[in-house]
Design a protein around this ligand. Structure first.
Ligand SMILES: Nc1nc2[nH]cc(C(=O)O)c2c(=O)[nH]1
Ligand code: SF4
Ligand SMILES: [Mg+2]
Length: 204
């Protein structure tokens, strides 16, 4: 029987990107194909859930929005087995992915966060379309060329830079400075700022 490796399930508000404030049930899957030094998620500790246990748990919450996250949820082979019954039950499903895997077509909203620290891995683009792209801002001479490369190769409605949290500090100045540079000489289709607002609101 299929088992899902789940780090946590909780109901909260989307903290990041265009849907900030949207109530949602977060399903955090274990496992990731990357190992970013500033990763804020323990994706190695998990509990096993059967499909039935997972669906029962989800239905205990009030929200009709689901955010599939991780870890890296595109690595979860059995994901379609979960997505189909969730869609049939009327849930709106969003995903948070690093963009290295293909996103299932049943997903309604795709947020991709390509990682500059693994830029060589993005030479081949697995998922060339998204609802939004969010890149964690890094202070490096090659960072903005990476953002431009992603903008050219992943077609999205919106592009964001997001401050990076290291040891409880956000590189806010660096981030807005980078935004200024990438938006120089453009009025529309600007890159936007995405903040992990849940960390300031002290919610999950
Ligand atoms: N509130 C809240 N919003 C989020 N958006 C993306 C998250 C993630 O960890 O993928 C996250 C998270 O962990 N909490
Ligand atoms: S891709 Fe995301 S979950 Fe995976 S190591 Fe990097 S920050 Fe952590
Ligand atoms: Mg998080």
């Amino acid at each position: 029987m299929t088992e899902f490796r789940i780090v946590e399930i909780f109901e909260s508000l989307q903290g990041e990107g265009y849907n900030t404030g949207m109530p949602a049930i977060f399903i955090r899957f274990a496992g990731c194909n990357l190992n970013c030094v500033w990763c804020d998620t323990n994706f190695r500790q998990y509990t096993r859930f059967t499909l039935e246990q997972l669906l029962t748990k989800v239905k205990q919450y009030t929200s009709k929005n689901i955010i599939i996250t991780g870890g890296e949820p595109t690595m979860v082979k059995a994901l379609p087995e979960l997505l189909l019954p969730l869609k049939q039950a009327g849930y709106y499903i969003a995903i948070e992915s690093n963009g290295l895997g293909k996103v299932d077509p049943l997903i309604d909203y795709i947020a991709l966060s390509p990682k500059f620290c693994y830029q060589a891995r993005y030479q081949k683009i697995a998922q060339p379309t998204a609802s939004e792209v969010r890149i964690v801002a890094e202070n490096h001479a090659d960072f903005l060329p990476f953002c431009q490369y992603i903008e050219q190769n992943i077609q999205a409605k919106r592009y964001y830079l997001s401050p990076c949290e290291k040891k409880g500090e956000f590189n806010m100045f660096e981030t807005i400075e980078l935004l200024g540079k990438i938006n120089q000489n453009r009025n529309n289709n600007k890159w936007l700022l995405s903040i992990q607002t849940h960390k300031f609101a002290n919610i999950e």
